[in-house]
Design a protein around this ligand. Structure first.
Ligand SMILES: [Zn+2]
Length: 56
């Protein structure tokens, strides 16, 4: 199954591989992160480093 690449919720820029990002997400009810990528894409909002630093 294909997913859209994650994007920064502030500027909309695609998050690149190996990039440092900040994620806001709900902690899962179930123990363990067996499907961490799926979980992040379903539940997380990302903020790229540039936007994070501008906000800080
Ligand atoms: Zn951004």
């Amino acid at each position: 199954m294909l997913f859209d690449p994650p994007k920064c919720m502030n500027c909309g820029r695609e998050i690149e591989g190996d990039e440092q990002v900040y994620a806001k997400l709900r902690y899962p009810k179930r123990k363990g992160f067996t499907e961490i990528k799926v979980y992040l894409r379903n539940e997380a909002s990302f903020l790229c480093e540039d936007c994070f630093e501008k906000r800080a």
